[in-house]
Design a binder for this molecule. Structure first.
Ligand SMILES: [Fe+2]
Length: 450
């Protein structure tokens, strides 16, 4: 186990500690059988401070951990920093306003997605960074000069049209822009959206015909920014609203629906059903009311917007804590039956990882059942990424991929789990060095980006 140093911030202890070496490993030890149909890369991003230190869990530098699978083999594991200006000049601070307003100054630490032949490392305040198939950084991109502000870390790829639907928010006007990237990678729509103020909008929702913005009471405070603090706080006076807009619509088409104050970093999925729009989300009662480490436990909720009456029905689905909800990429914006989440153990601490067991939960929204994969004591998975099985008939015919950290050996492994059966026994594992806990990832099939 990594030694605990109480002088180190809590988010950098245990498996929160960054790894400093960039490795390229082959001849990896595999247990079980990697399905031959898995031809691509499992990529995962996370905040891994280049200097070894960061003031907040969100401020570390983006490091991509990647696993190339092909022909039933674990061809390579690599981890690479995204080469942002913070790597070439580690003295730069993201809390310096002039740095933060430079759209190339991304930490690129939040998500990594494949679209239109490109791999994009994303963070929500700046331009995306393009990576090549070996995880080398190519450059930041402004989509040929069309993108003039930030780009979310949580765009959604429509499985029907292949579009990448996105947005960007800002502390300065315009506070919100809707962004629509065509299937060929061209940014074809950039639309200013009117909101009540500058809020931190971490993620959003898409349906077959609409996008839904979450304008929630995490509000920018320029005075905090001038003091060099994280410039966002909870504001009881700011109304929580959902904004529904046709995917090809404009600002005048947005309809706003009020709901109870809360914060949602991550929706699971959303879809239209008759006159309603259903959103499954991981909901927090608030964030950052008391401090910048004020994160209540997220829980699974369902919101249903009645577009005729204007009412939002809010229903708690589960009282167990979970985050990083995902569905199969094939049902994004469409009615899903199954959703997956990383469980958050009640007693979990970076300082004492052996005190709890990690799990991935699966929700069947048709039957209401919850099942789980239990990884055992001291073994923590990350966000579950679903990869469909070749020729699969059901929505859950496929695999769940994630990195699992094992505190007893201080190492990690890639696990390939059976999403249909949720068996605790992996289909395959690949032994890896320690991979720090991180944020989001994707399966990027070789057919998408190579
Ligand atoms: Fe996120």
């Amino acid at each position: 186990m990594t030694a605990i140093d109480n002088n180190v911030p809590s988010h950098l202890r245990g498996n929160g500690a960054p790894v400093q070496d960039e490795r390229s490993l082959t001849d990896l030890r595999v247990k079980g059988t990697i399905p031959r149909e898995l031809d691509g890369r499992y990529l995962r991003n996370g905040a891994n401070p280049f200097t070894g230190v960061s003031d907040h869990p969100f401020f570390g530098d983006g490091m991509i951990h990647g696993m190339r699978l092909r022909d039933g083999k674990a061809e390579w594991y690599r981890n690479r920093y995204v080469q942002t200006p913070f790597i070439s000049d580690p003295s730069r601070s993201i809390l310096d306003l002039s740095v933060a307003m430079d759209m190339n100054s991304s930490k690129a630490n939040t998500h990594v997605v494949g679209h239109a032949g490109k791999i994009l490392a994303l963070e929500e305040g700046h331009f995306p960074y393009v990576l090549d198939g070996d995880l080398n950084t190519v450059s930041a991109t402004d989509f040929g000069g069309v993108l003039t502000g930030s780009f979310t870390a949580h765009p959604k790829i429509c499985p029907v049209t292949g579009e990448l639907l996105a947005f960007g928010y800002s502390a300065l006007e315009p506070y919100l822009r809707y962004l629509r990237v065509a299937a060929d990678g061209q940014l074809v729509q950039s639309e200013t959206i009117t909101v009540g103020g500058p809020t931190m909008m971490h993620d959003f929702n898409v349906t077959r015909n609409h996008v839904i913005f979450m304008d929630l009471p995490a509000v920018f405070d320029l005075e905090m920014a001038m003091r060099g603090e994280m410039p966002i706080h909870w504001d009881d006076a700011y109304p929580a609203r959902l904004g529904v807009m046709p995917r090809n619509g404009t600002d005048v088409d947005v309809r706003w629906f009020e709901l109870n104050p809360c914060y949602v970093f991550h929706p699971m999925n959303s879809y239209e059903e008759g006159d309603t729009i259903v959103l499954d989300v991981a909901r927090l009662s608030h964030i950052w009311r008391d401090s910048m480490m004020d994160f209540p436990m997220p829980q699974f909720w369902r919101w249903t917007i009645d577009t005729v009456t204007g009412k939002v029905t809010e229903e708690q689905v589960d009282d167990r804590a979970g985050e990083f909800p995902r569905v199969a990429d094939s049902v994004i914006g469409l009615k899903h039956r199954y959703g997956y989440m990383m469980a958050i153990p009640a007693a979990f601490s970076y300082d004492d990882p052996m005190s709890s067991s990690g799990a991935i939960m699966k929700y069947d929204r048709e039957t209401g059942a919850r099942s789980e994969i239990d990884f055992g004591r001291g073994r923590m998975p990350g966000e579950p990424v679903f990869v469909p099985a070749e020729g699969g008939k059901n929505e859950d015919d496929g695999y769940l991929l994630t990195f699992v950290y094992d505190a007893s050996s201080n190492t990690s492994e890639l696990v390939v789990m059976d999403a249909a059966t949720m068996s605790d026994t992996p289909i395959a594992t690949v032994d890896l060095p320690r991979i720090p806990h991180g944020f989001h990832g994707s399966w990027v099939a070789a057919s998408v980006a190579n």
